[in-house]
Ligand binder design. Structure first.
Ligand code: NAD
Length: 336
């Protein structure tokens, strides 16, 4: 990829809803980012958001993509638009920060990968939890063998989303644009398991629609076997009032780790309990998607900018994004 002869990137954000504010704060906190403009299919929303953020609004995504000043776009549109928006941006010569999930199926992930390769542009899929201090500490403990042989790796995601969460916004609750609870709320936990514990295959799954009037199951469980031989489960629901914090357990023969959201609850190695709790900020949300801090997004976007400008290693690439989507697809298929 050709390096740029400047030490910052100019950004536009497409989609001015809940998560766009987190991207805006993240961009404004970085010395190597210039937050230039926003756009949205709802132009009055774009103009209002632009005014609040002190940037200007492009009249359309097309206009933003035709603007030579824009080097990279943050895609914050509903999940069902991710593939189309990312491919359009890559074909227009922009680098891309794409909100999770990468896309809603593996074919679309492949189309995005091809567009990156064809246009020689970089794309990172947001998985901000990986940039959290405590998650890094747990990852290092696993990779250095401190937990011994890993035997169980599980993610518990008992979230609460009100009926209005689904009914107030037309794309939520639809299979085509939301993708179901593992693609939407659960992808963070799925990605975290794959990151910490390695690749996994699905043994079996079960889903049920227990409370919400939506197009997919609001409660899913799945049993996994990891390539390492470890076993684990994923439990996810958006009917769990008032919403419990995400819990990830990595259990080994000489140590175990429990992460609550992005914080270490327990890290026990050879009978010594290590409590770091270095994170003073929250990167995830049990009952309010708008409640997350921008710090982890900023760290991920900083890594992306350095990868574009200086060829540094991109920490989360299209392979990572596609892996989480593929596992969720398999869980859904097994739950039918
Ligand atoms: N990383 C995280 O923790 C996190 C948190 C929340 C949401 N998200 C992800 O961010 C994405 C957006 O979620 P949200 O909650 O901000 O949604 P939202 O509904 O609040 O906002 C989406 C915005 O996109 C606009 N839009 C819709 N279709 C468009 C199109 N084709 N072109 C341009 N604009 C379009 C809408 O008008 C709206 O303003 C989702 O994919 C979601 O999974 C990630």
């Amino acid at each position: 990829m050709r390096k740029m002869n400047k030490d910052y990137l100019n950004f536009g954000i497409v989609g001015c809803g809940t998560v766009a504010s987190i991207h805006a704060e993240a961009l404004k906190s970085l010395n190597n980012a210039r937050f230039i403009s926003v756009t949205d299919s709802n132009l009055s929303k774009a103009r209002e958001f632009a005014q609040k953020q002190g940037v200007w609004a492009h009249d359309s995504f097309e206009d933003m993509l035709n603007d030579p000043e824009i080097d990279a776009v943050c895609i914050c549109t509903p999940s069902g638009f991710h593939a189309e928006n990312a491919i359009r941006a890559l074909n227009a010569g922009k680098h891309v920060v794409l909100e999770k999930p990468m896309a809603l199926n593996t074919q679309d992930c492949e189309r995005i990968k091809e567009a990156c390769a064809k246009n020689r542009k970089l794309l990172t899929v947001i998985s901000q939890l990986r940039f959290s201090n405590d998650v890094v500490t747990v990852k290092e403990a696993i990779d250095s063998g401190k937990l011994g042989k890993i035997v169980m790796c599980s993610a518990y995601m008992k979230y609460w989303r009100s009926p209005e969460y689904y009914s107030d916004v037309s794309w939520r609750g639809t299979f085509a644009f939301d993708g179901g609870i593992l693609m939407n709320q659960g992808v963070h936990g799925v990605d975290m398991l794959l990151y910490l514990a390695g690749n996994a295959k699905v043994i079996n799954s079960k889903g049920k629609r227990l409370f919400h009037d939506i197009e997919f199951d609001d409660t899913v469980i799945s049993m996994l076997e990891f390539e390492s031989g470890a076993l684990g489960v994923i439990e996810a629901s958006t009917c769990a009032y008032p919403g419990l914090e995400r819990r990830i357990e990595i259990i080994g023969t000489t140590g175990s780790a429990v992460l609550i959201e992005n914080m270490i609850d327990k890290l026990i190695i050879d009978n010594n309990t290590v409590i770091t709790k270095e994170n003073l900020f929250k990167c995830g949300s049990a009952n309010n998607p708008a409640s997350i801090d921008y710090v982890c997004h900023a760290r991920q976007i900083d890594n992306f900018i350095r990868a574009v400008l200086y060829g540094e290693k991109l920490f989360i690439d299209t392979e990572d994004g596609a892996k989480a989507v593929a596992l969720i697809e398999k869980i859904y298929a097994a739950a039918l």
